[in-house]
Ligand binder design. Structure first.
Ligand code: SF4
Ligand code: SF4
Length: 384
């Protein structure tokens, strides 16, 4: 594989400016989530159900659907904005098959919402990446399933490496390469090869775990756990919630998680027909049209207990739940995410940013200074 294609100096500068602006808006999104439980933090919106691939583990696609009409998609984005949504992930099928995807991204950004898309990467060209830059895309997520294509998935490093090089040269948005370890993956070391290549190209890498064909999670073996830990160590920046994920830690050991899922309120999944569902794994609940979805619906569904929580692998919804836990019980939440003792009971220091934020904002460190810094932070983030 060829090494990293160097971007121009102008591109590097634009990328740095956009990165800082994105970080500012991400901080604002977190602050809004910590301040109020009454808006969706994250929504996934399907722009087209058709896909150009046919991964055998996937039931989120067909090979015939037309794109959701652009006007209809824009109306859905407007509705999500009116509900106070702070992040929208455009998904499919394969979103790049939507001919006016950039128009939809532009509308997301016009509302001040963070714009993310998921793609298999096959249809990327330099010209399309530049169009997405101009539309204001914030982040692209690509799952790479294996090193060589096989009968399960063609999302392989061999096929996609050229596209990843193209992204390294042209993208001004963050590119996150996701690799998976678990029941359906025969060669866990391949996830590490994929993550190393992503880092070599200056992209971000993350690792997830997959369930088997029955939807069950099996505990990971020693080799699989070692791969996940190694990928986490490669990750830059080293400090991230994705890395300090207490849910994934339990699932890796085959243990259930005890948590409350607020999907239907804090997370919405909007299918191609414009209906609201909890998430991609729980279509049909509540199944109400987004145009009629109200704050009362969000409040009710947020509170509804879901039986699928113990072995859920939808980490984005779990991260939203962590933010809510942080707002309601800050010290317990921080202890859960960043334990102050390791598995053998030895004391462990929390990461420096966590200690600094705790010292500034948590009440027992001085109510007066806490209030002062909170007010200053809200002013900087332009939150009333
Ligand atoms: S590329 Fe994505 S949407 Fe298409 S079949 Fe594979 S997993 Fe499903
Ligand atoms: S627990 Fe997981 S699978 Fe169940 S509704 Fe929530 S996010 Fe979806």
């Amino acid at each position: 594989m060829t090494s990293k294609a160097a971007p121009s100096r102008k591109k590097t500068l634009r990328r740095a400016l956009k990165r800082w602006h994105r970080r500012y808006r991400e901080a604002r999104m977190v602050a809004l989530a910590l301040r109020s439980p009454n808006h969706p933090v994250l929504a996934h919106a399907v722009v087209i159900r058709r896909c150009n691939l046919a991964c055998t583990y996937c039931n989120e696609f067909d090979d015939f659907s037309k794109p959701v009409p652009t006007e209809e998609m824009l109306a859905r984005i407007d509705r999500l904005a009116a509900l106070g949504t702070t992040v929208i992930t455009l998904t499919g099928g394969e979103p790049l098959l939507h001919p006016e995807l950039e128009e939809i991204v532009r509308r997301v950004r016009r509302h001040g919402i963070i714009a993310v898309m998921v793609t298999n990467g096959y249809l990327l060209t330099a010209e399309r990446i530049e169009r997405l830059n101009r539309a204001g895309l914030d982040e692209m997520q690509i799952s790479v399933d294996n090193v060589q294509p096989d009968e399960v998935s063609k999302k392989s490093l061999k096929v996609l490496d050229q596209k990843l090089q193209m992204l390294a040269a042209h993208a001004e948005f963050q590119v996150n390469i996701h690799s998976v370890v678990g029941a359906c993956t025969e060669h866990p070391q391949e996830a590490l090869t994929i993550a190393r290549r992503a880092i070599e190209l200056g992209l971000v890498s993350s690792a997830g775990i997959v369930h088997d064909a029955s939807g069950s999670i099996r505990p990971l073996n020693e080799e699989q756990r070692g791969v996940i830990e190694e990928i986490d160590r490669l990750r830059k920046p080293r400090f991230s919630f994705a890395q300090h994920n207490p849910f994934r830690k339990n699932l890796i050991h085959g243990l259930p998680n005890d948590w409350h899922c607020t999907a239907g309120g804090r997370h919405l999944y909007i299918c191609e027909d414009g209906l609201v569902h909890y998430c991609m794994a729980q279509r049909g609940f509540p199944g109400i049209p987004l145009a009629q979805y109200s704050r009362e619906d969000m409040a009710r569904e947020s509170k509804t207990k879901k039986s699928c929580t113990p072995y859920c692998t939808i980490f984005c919804v779990q991260r939203v739940a962590l933010l809510d836990h942080l707002r309601e019980h800050p010290r317990q939440a921080l202890e859960q995410i960043f334990p102050t003792r390791d598995d053998s009971g030895h004391p462990r220091r929390q990461p420096l940013p966590v200690r600094v934020l705790s010292a500034l904002f948590l009440p027992s460190h001085g109510a007066l200074s806490g209030r002062f810094f909170q007010k200053a932070a809200l002013r900087i983030l332009k939150i009333e």
